[in-house]
Design a protein around this ligand. Sequence first.
Ligand code: UDP
Ligand code: MG
Length: 326
Amino acid sequence: MTEERRGKRPLFSVAVPFYNEQENLRALYERLCRVVGGVENCDFELLFVDDGSTDASLEIVRALAAQDARVRYLSFSRNFGKEIALSAAIDHARGDGAIFMDADLQHPPELIPKLIEGWFEGYDDVYAQRRTRGGESAFKKLTAKLYYHVLARSTRIPIQMDAGDFRLLSARALAVLRRMPEHQRNMKSLYSWIGFRKKAVPVDQEPRLHGASKFGFFRLLNLALDGITSFTTAPLRLATILGALSAAVALLSFCWFLIRTAVWGNPVPGYPSLFCGILFFGGVQLLGLGVIGEYLGRVFMETKGRPLYVIAESNVTDETPDETLP
Ligand code: UDP
Ligand code: MG
């Protein structure tokens, strides 16, 4: 809790990253207002982060801000991706806790009082745990499950299963996240990494209200790779083990061929085994190189030291936009 707010009613920031959600924003705002209006003894701010929308979303949020002083917004100069938009929300949330949710109403705002209850119980991370995943294909559900199991097995840090971005974080959890400057971000991994006391609140995820999901197969695959490589160097270790194993296999088969030729002679030329060997080791080497490349690429991206995002417009009073036009 910040110094000047001590002893006052707690303030919660409801942070919503959005990208081209013009059909959903008003409905979301209305449902949010209804829900937060029913929460007693708490204040709210609604923090909208426009991730470079190209439709009328920003105009809608501007209009909401003009009619409701609780609405704060910032708008990126282009689309930076949801993970970066969430990071901007973390940087600018002023509350004693911040609730993060999607703009497409897949995350029912009606759960907010339950999340706040967890905050009052002293939890730093109260996350919505999906009992069901409405509006998602069987393939997405399966790959998501697989990913979380791989992630959980590759690290000692406990991973929260079926947890999404719908959650409440305490002020101190937000403060820790603000100190994590990495560019290749997978927020779900970061939430796990920071630790603190976590509480799961079950939720039935609803289907998207309007429009289609922005996360296709390849974008999810990228996100998953970011999640694993930003979390653990286990794939590098795996490449080393695989290399050692295949070298051992090569050595053993070399001995075998040597003995076999010495004892029985060599009636059949060894083309097939040679061919298989070359293919196998070529593959293993490429795999190892690829894994190293993944990490090296990430090191390269981090060394550039660029800002995470560029704000083009904002009504966040304590912050001037990055690019002030003359
Ligand atoms: N989103 C964003 N930037 C992007 C893509 C998506 O801020 O580049 C927002 C989007 O507007 C929504 C949330 O992230 O509020 C979740 O996106 P979506 O519903 O497309 O993903 P899914 O629910 O299918 O995982
Ligand atoms: Mg969605």
